[in-house]
Ligand binder design. Structure first.
Ligand code: URA
Length: 262
């Protein structure tokens, strides 16, 4: 049973994460908050095991809650550089494998689902080559809104900038804590920046296991990079990253799969 103080901290954390910067409190509440602050300085209270703003819920309930919060995510809205429509995630909440891209594009915004445009169709084929369907994995983006390019944007897309990635990153971090996948694949440099806080590019990051919130992460090329660059070496590089993921998940790998793009 949470204490009154833990409930108050959870509520205030939730408000702060939703973009609330000020609130009116009466003298009595101010006195209590001040006393808690002084007590905390003397004896830091052990943090409760669960994140305060993510109450005890099933993974499905957590995702419903996060989807609702994402739709009105003030830190992103406040920037004024992202479009209105929120595109959340798709797939299996109990997936072992989570794939994270950068941001929805024209087709994703139109259909309200990540990775359904040309890059998404290629991703679906890559998953198929691994012996997986979209419904076996969890697919999401670091940035939940299509970055805006002004009134005449049409079908054009752009990558999210560092402010946009930072504004949205608490959402993907909460999704990772909810799903607890065995392994994450970052698709492209923006995804790696958002999840790992790195400035390094994909070429420097791929080929090794990294970590985000205790979950092993593999960085690979974004499928749209492969659509622009049809070189066999690029396809082989992405496939090698996926083979490493399959190995990590102890999935069967046939000789044919082992030798794709060789
Ligand atoms: N590119 C991404 O990074 N995410 C999508 O959802 C679609 C294209």
């Amino acid at each position: 049973m949470p204490t009154l103080k833990q409930l108050a901290v959870a509520t205030l954390t939730h408000l702060a994460e939703s973009g609330c910067e000020r609130m009116a409190v009466d003298d009595e509440a101010r006195g209590i908050l001040r006393q808690w602050m002084l007590d905390a300085r003397k004896t830091p209270e052990p943090r409760p095991a669960a994140q305060p703003s993510e109450p005890e819920m099933s993974v499905e309930e957590k995702l419903v809650y996060l989807r609702r919060r994402a739709a009105d995510w003030k830190p992103a809205k406040r920037l004024g550089t992202l479009r209105e429509t929120m595109v959340f995630a798709v797939g299996n909440p109990r997936a072992r494998l989570m794939l994270v891209g950068e941001a929805p594009g024209y087709e994703e915004e139109r259909q309200g689902e990540p990775f359904v445009g040309p890059a998404g169709q290629l991703l679906t084929r890559i998953l198929g080559a691994m012996g997986l369907q979209r419904s076996d994995v969890y697919i999401s983006n670091v940035c939940k809104f299509r970055p805006s390019m002004g009134e005449n944007q049409g079908t054009a897309n752009r990558a999210p900038n560092p402010e946009e990635l930072a504004a949205c990153s608490p959402l993907i971090m909460a999704e990772i804590r909810a799903i607890q996948p065995e392994c994450i694949v970052c698709l492209g440099g923006s995804s790696a920046k958002g999840l790992l806080g790195t400035q390094q590019g994909v070429s420097a990051l791929r080929g090794q296991w990294l970590e985000c919130q205790g979950v092993p992460v593999r960085v690979t090329y974004h499928p749209s990079y492969l659509l622009r660059n049809e070189a066999l070496s690029a396809r082989r590089a992405l496939w090698e990253d996926m083979l490493a993921v399959m190995q990590r998940l102890q999935m069967p790998i046939s000789e044919k799969q082992q030798n794709y793009f060789r």
